[in-house]
Design a protein around this ligand. Structure first.
Ligand SMILES: [Zn+2]
Length: 144
């Protein structure tokens, strides 16, 4: 069966997700809780990657694409309107992430004071290593 992007009228197709990562993206976006049509396609054949996951969202949903770049910057996001691709969004690894990952250092100011945003800055792009802006606690994103 060929799964075509054009089978949705209006919405978002997240393509070229590494095989196995689809569920991660799905959970991250909270797609288990929405009431519109969502499809998670696993292990679809791909020329580029051998196998890939695809998520189709039949709704104009507001997605924080920055964060998706953290999960997997090789994904592509297609915004669909009138059954065709209106816009393609390329992801990149964000330099700064806010309230995505939480600092685990019990002595960090974010642990002591509840109203402070958890801000992490990119430290090593190769290793996806981030450091807490306040205490330098290291966080490697592949842990997620
Ligand atoms: Zn910290």
């Amino acid at each position: 069966m060929t799964v075509s992007i054009n089978s949705i009228k209006k919405g978002i197709v997240i393509d070229h997700i590494k095989a196995g990562h689809g569920i991660k993206v799905y959970n991250y976006l909270g797609l288990d809780k929405v009431d519109f049509t969502v499809a998670l396609i696993k292990n679809a054949p791909s020329n580029k990657q051998n196998k890939k996951d695809i998520i189709k969202i039949e709704n104009a949903m507001n997605i924080d694409f920055t964060v998706l770049g953290l999960i997997d910057p090789t994904m592509t996001i297609n915004i669909i309107e009138n059954e065709s691709i209106k816009e393609k969004i390329k992801l990149s690894i964000p330099k700064k992430v806010e309230d995505v990952i939480k600092c685990k250092n019990p002595r960090c100011v974010t642990s002591v004071e509840k109203n402070i945003p958890h801000i992490f800055l990119l430290f090593d792009e190769e290793k996806l290593e981030y450091r807490c802006q306040y205490c330098d606690e290291v966080y490697t994103f592949s842990e997620v």
